[in-house]
Ligand binder design. Structure first.
Ligand code: BTN
Length: 245
Protein backbone atom coordinates (compact mmCIF):
# COMPACT_ATOMS: atom_id res chain seq x y z
CA UNK A 1 0.00 0.00 0.00
CA UNK A 2 1.68 3.20 -1.20
CA UNK A 3 0.05 5.47 1.38
CA UNK A 4 1.84 3.69 4.21
CA UNK A 5 5.18 3.41 2.36
CA UNK A 6 7.81 4.32 4.96
CA UNK A 7 10.12 7.06 3.68
CA UNK A 8 13.02 5.47 1.79
CA UNK A 9 15.15 8.57 1.41
CA UNK A 10 18.84 8.40 0.42
CA UNK A 11 20.69 11.30 2.04
CA UNK A 12 23.64 12.50 -0.02
CA UNK A 13 26.02 15.45 0.33
CA UNK A 14 26.91 17.62 -2.65
CA UNK A 15 25.89 16.14 -6.01
CA UNK A 16 25.68 17.68 -9.49
CA UNK A 17 21.88 17.15 -9.49
CA UNK A 18 19.54 14.86 -7.53
CA UNK A 19 17.92 13.97 -10.88
CA UNK A 20 21.10 12.31 -12.13
CA UNK A 21 21.96 10.90 -8.66
CA UNK A 22 18.49 9.28 -8.64
CA UNK A 23 18.98 7.88 -12.16
CA UNK A 24 22.12 6.08 -10.99
CA UNK A 25 20.15 4.42 -8.16
CA UNK A 26 17.21 3.20 -10.26
CA UNK A 27 18.55 -0.25 -11.11
CA UNK A 28 19.35 -1.08 -7.49
CA UNK A 29 15.86 0.03 -6.35
CA UNK A 30 14.26 -2.88 -8.26
CA UNK A 31 10.96 -1.12 -8.84
CA UNK A 32 10.44 0.16 -5.27
CA UNK A 33 9.76 3.83 -4.55
CA UNK A 34 12.68 5.84 -3.16
CA UNK A 35 13.98 9.38 -3.04
CA UNK A 36 17.26 11.29 -3.03
CA UNK A 37 17.80 14.28 -0.75
CA UNK A 38 20.99 16.28 -1.33
CA UNK A 39 22.63 18.91 0.89
CA UNK A 40 23.62 20.95 -2.15
CA UNK A 41 23.89 20.69 -5.93
CA UNK A 42 26.63 21.94 -8.22
CA UNK A 43 24.56 21.63 -11.42
CA UNK A 44 20.96 22.01 -10.21
CA UNK A 45 18.52 22.22 -13.12
CA UNK A 46 15.33 24.23 -13.33
CA UNK A 47 12.67 24.21 -16.02
CA UNK A 48 13.62 25.22 -19.56
CA UNK A 49 17.28 24.30 -18.94
CA UNK A 50 17.72 27.12 -16.43
CA UNK A 51 20.22 26.92 -13.59
CA UNK A 52 18.76 26.09 -10.16
CA UNK A 53 21.15 27.69 -7.69
CA UNK A 54 21.55 25.13 -4.92
CA UNK A 55 23.52 26.24 -1.84
CA UNK A 56 23.48 24.20 1.39
CA UNK A 57 20.40 24.96 3.53
CA UNK A 58 17.58 24.37 1.04
CA UNK A 59 15.68 21.30 -0.17
CA UNK A 60 16.95 19.39 -3.22
CA UNK A 61 14.78 16.34 -3.49
CA UNK A 62 13.98 13.81 -6.21
CA UNK A 63 11.16 11.34 -5.62
CA UNK A 64 11.39 8.20 -7.76
CA UNK A 65 7.97 6.68 -8.22
CA UNK A 66 7.28 3.48 -10.16
CA UNK A 67 5.16 4.49 -13.14
CA UNK A 68 2.72 1.69 -12.34
CA UNK A 69 1.89 3.40 -9.01
CA UNK A 70 0.46 6.42 -10.79
CA UNK A 71 -3.00 6.01 -12.25
CA UNK A 72 -3.00 7.04 -15.94
CA UNK A 73 -5.75 9.54 -15.16
CA UNK A 74 -3.37 11.41 -12.82
CA UNK A 75 -0.17 11.31 -14.93
CA UNK A 76 -1.00 14.37 -17.11
CA UNK A 77 -1.47 16.54 -14.02
CA UNK A 78 1.55 15.33 -12.04
CA UNK A 79 3.17 18.81 -12.02
CA UNK A 80 -0.05 20.13 -10.44
CA UNK A 81 -0.10 17.26 -7.92
CA UNK A 82 3.50 18.12 -7.03
CA UNK A 83 2.67 21.78 -6.38
CA UNK A 84 -0.30 20.84 -4.21
CA UNK A 85 1.74 18.26 -2.28
CA UNK A 86 4.54 20.79 -1.59
CA UNK A 87 1.97 23.32 -0.41
CA UNK A 88 0.36 20.79 1.94
CA UNK A 89 3.77 19.64 3.20
CA UNK A 90 4.71 23.21 4.16
CA UNK A 91 1.30 23.84 5.75
CA UNK A 92 1.53 20.59 7.75
CA UNK A 93 4.72 21.87 9.42
CA UNK A 94 4.27 25.67 9.41
CA UNK A 95 0.74 26.04 10.70
CA UNK A 96 -1.02 29.05 9.26
CA UNK A 97 1.32 29.44 6.26
CA UNK A 98 -0.72 30.98 3.45
CA UNK A 99 1.11 29.24 0.60
CA UNK A 100 -0.15 29.37 -2.99
CA UNK A 101 0.76 27.77 -6.29
CA UNK A 102 1.50 29.25 -9.70
CA UNK A 103 0.73 27.26 -12.84
CA UNK A 104 2.18 24.90 -13.73
CA UNK A 105 4.95 24.09 -11.27
CA UNK A 106 5.73 26.87 -8.78
CA UNK A 107 5.16 27.29 -5.07
CA UNK A 108 4.45 30.87 -4.08
CA UNK A 109 4.19 32.88 -0.85
CA UNK A 110 3.35 36.57 -0.75
CA UNK A 111 3.80 36.77 -4.56
CA UNK A 112 7.37 35.47 -4.18
CA UNK A 113 8.81 32.19 -5.42
CA UNK A 114 9.41 29.55 -2.73
CA UNK A 115 10.22 26.63 -5.01
CA UNK A 116 9.42 24.65 -8.11
CA UNK A 117 9.44 21.18 -9.60
CA UNK A 118 10.30 19.21 -12.72
CA UNK A 119 8.89 15.84 -13.79
CA UNK A 120 10.93 13.44 -15.95
CA UNK A 121 10.47 9.81 -17.02
CA UNK A 122 13.24 7.21 -16.92
CA UNK A 123 12.72 3.49 -17.49
CA UNK A 124 9.74 2.39 -15.44
CA UNK A 125 10.01 5.35 -13.08
CA UNK A 126 8.75 8.90 -12.87
CA UNK A 127 11.30 11.27 -11.36
CA UNK A 128 9.82 14.22 -9.51
CA UNK A 129 12.47 16.83 -8.76
CA UNK A 130 11.57 19.40 -6.13
CA UNK A 131 13.58 22.45 -5.09
CA UNK A 132 12.38 24.57 -2.17
CA UNK A 133 14.06 27.51 -0.47
CA UNK A 134 14.13 26.55 3.19
CA UNK A 135 16.81 28.81 4.69
CA UNK A 136 18.25 30.79 1.79
CA UNK A 137 16.57 32.73 -1.02
CA UNK A 138 19.01 32.66 -3.95
CA UNK A 139 18.04 35.06 -6.70
CA UNK A 140 16.33 32.76 -9.21
CA UNK A 141 16.72 33.56 -12.89
CA UNK A 142 13.03 34.39 -12.78
CA UNK A 143 12.89 37.72 -14.55
CA UNK A 144 11.95 39.91 -11.67
CA UNK A 145 9.96 37.68 -9.33
CA UNK A 146 11.45 37.90 -5.84
CA UNK A 147 12.21 34.75 -3.86
CA UNK A 148 11.45 33.86 -0.26
CA UNK A 149 12.01 30.92 2.10
CA UNK A 150 9.98 28.52 4.21
CA UNK A 151 11.80 29.89 7.26
CA UNK A 152 10.80 33.47 6.36
CA UNK A 153 7.20 32.22 6.53
CA UNK A 154 7.86 30.37 9.80
CA UNK A 155 9.25 33.60 11.29
CA UNK A 156 6.28 35.62 9.97
CA UNK A 157 3.75 33.29 11.63
CA UNK A 158 5.80 32.76 14.83
CA UNK A 159 6.63 29.08 14.25
CA UNK A 160 9.97 27.25 14.75
CA UNK A 161 12.44 26.89 11.88
CA UNK A 162 12.06 23.97 9.48
CA UNK A 163 14.84 21.72 8.16
CA UNK A 164 15.09 20.28 4.63
CA UNK A 165 14.84 16.75 6.15
CA UNK A 166 11.53 17.58 7.90
CA UNK A 167 10.17 19.03 4.70
CA UNK A 168 11.33 16.06 2.57
CA UNK A 169 9.61 13.60 4.92
CA UNK A 170 6.40 15.64 4.83
CA UNK A 171 6.53 15.74 1.00
CA UNK A 172 7.04 11.95 0.86
CA UNK A 173 4.07 11.36 3.18
CA UNK A 174 1.74 13.69 1.29
CA UNK A 175 2.81 12.37 -2.13
CA UNK A 176 2.11 8.76 -1.31
CA UNK A 177 -1.16 9.62 0.40
CA UNK A 178 -2.31 11.33 -2.80
CA UNK A 179 -1.15 8.49 -5.05
CA UNK A 180 -2.84 5.82 -2.97
CA UNK A 181 -6.17 7.68 -2.88
CA UNK A 182 -7.98 5.87 -5.70
CA UNK A 183 -11.01 8.14 -5.33
CA UNK A 184 -9.01 11.25 -6.28
CA UNK A 185 -9.92 12.21 -9.84
CA UNK A 186 -8.02 14.46 -12.24
CA UNK A 187 -10.99 16.82 -12.03
CA UNK A 188 -10.59 17.22 -8.27
CA UNK A 189 -6.82 17.75 -8.56
CA UNK A 190 -7.40 20.47 -11.15
CA UNK A 191 -10.11 22.06 -8.97
CA UNK A 192 -7.82 22.00 -5.92
CA UNK A 193 -4.94 23.52 -7.91
CA UNK A 194 -7.17 26.27 -9.25
CA UNK A 195 -8.37 27.03 -5.72
CA UNK A 196 -4.75 27.23 -4.49
CA UNK A 197 -3.55 29.51 -7.33
CA UNK A 198 -2.67 33.10 -6.55
CA UNK A 199 -4.78 34.69 -9.28
CA UNK A 200 -3.59 38.18 -8.36
CA UNK A 201 -0.11 37.51 -9.81
CA UNK A 202 0.91 39.30 -12.98
CA UNK A 203 2.33 36.61 -15.25
CA UNK A 204 4.60 36.78 -18.28
CA UNK A 205 5.37 34.21 -20.94
CA UNK A 206 8.93 33.01 -21.08
CA UNK A 207 10.80 33.66 -24.32
CA UNK A 208 14.16 32.16 -25.34
CA UNK A 209 15.90 35.38 -24.24
CA UNK A 210 13.84 36.49 -21.25
CA UNK A 211 10.22 37.37 -20.71
CA UNK A 212 7.49 38.66 -22.94
CA UNK A 213 6.43 42.12 -21.68
CA UNK A 214 2.68 41.44 -22.05
CA UNK A 215 1.07 41.08 -18.61
CA UNK A 216 -1.23 38.06 -18.24
CA UNK A 217 -3.60 36.99 -15.47
CA UNK A 218 -4.58 33.43 -14.61
CA UNK A 219 -8.31 32.92 -15.14
CA UNK A 220 -9.13 29.19 -14.87
CA UNK A 221 -7.93 25.67 -15.60
CA UNK A 222 -9.65 23.23 -17.93
CA UNK A 223 -10.18 19.53 -17.15
CA UNK A 224 -6.66 18.69 -18.44
CA UNK A 225 -5.10 21.28 -16.17
CA UNK A 226 -4.37 23.72 -19.00
CA UNK A 227 -4.44 27.38 -17.98
CA UNK A 228 -6.58 30.05 -19.59
CA UNK A 229 -5.08 33.52 -19.22
CA UNK A 230 -6.55 36.97 -19.69
CA UNK A 231 -4.43 39.04 -22.08
CA UNK A 232 -3.97 42.80 -22.03
CA UNK A 233 -6.38 43.26 -24.99
CA UNK A 234 -9.15 41.63 -22.94
CA UNK A 235 -9.14 38.33 -24.87
CA UNK A 236 -8.44 34.92 -23.37
CA UNK A 237 -5.97 32.24 -24.46
CA UNK A 238 -5.48 28.68 -23.21
CA UNK A 239 -1.86 27.69 -22.66
CA UNK A 240 -0.78 24.09 -23.06
CA UNK A 241 2.82 23.58 -22.05
CA UNK A 242 4.29 27.02 -21.60
CA UNK A 243 6.17 28.15 -18.53
CA UNK A 244 5.42 31.55 -17.14
CA UNK A 245 7.39 34.05 -15.09
C1 BTN B 1 11.86 25.31 -11.51
O1 BTN B 1 12.52 25.76 -12.46
O2 BTN B 1 11.06 25.99 -10.90
C2 BTN B 1 12.04 23.85 -11.10
C3 BTN B 1 13.20 23.69 -10.16
C4 BTN B 1 13.48 22.24 -9.78
C5 BTN B 1 14.75 22.13 -8.95
C6 BTN B 1 14.92 20.76 -8.36
S1 BTN B 1 16.12 20.73 -7.05
C7 BTN B 1 16.03 19.01 -7.03
C8 BTN B 1 15.99 18.55 -8.46
N1 BTN B 1 17.35 18.50 -8.98
C9 BTN B 1 17.54 19.38 -9.96
O3 BTN B 1 18.62 19.53 -10.59
N2 BTN B 1 16.41 20.06 -10.20
C10 BTN B 1 15.34 19.65 -9.31
Amino acid sequence: MLGGAPPNIHHVGDVPSTMEAAREMLAAAKGAPFAVLAESQSKGRGTGGRVWTSPKGNLYFTLCIPEASVRPEITPVLPLVTGLVCREAIKSIVKGADVHVKWPNDIIYDSKKLGGSIVEAEGNYLLIGIGMNVELAPPVTDSGRDTTTVNDIAAAVGQPKVTPVQLAEAVWKQYFEVLSDTTLSRKVIVMNFEAAMDKSLILHRRTPTGRDPEPLRAVRLNEWGHLTVLKSDGTEETLLTEYLF
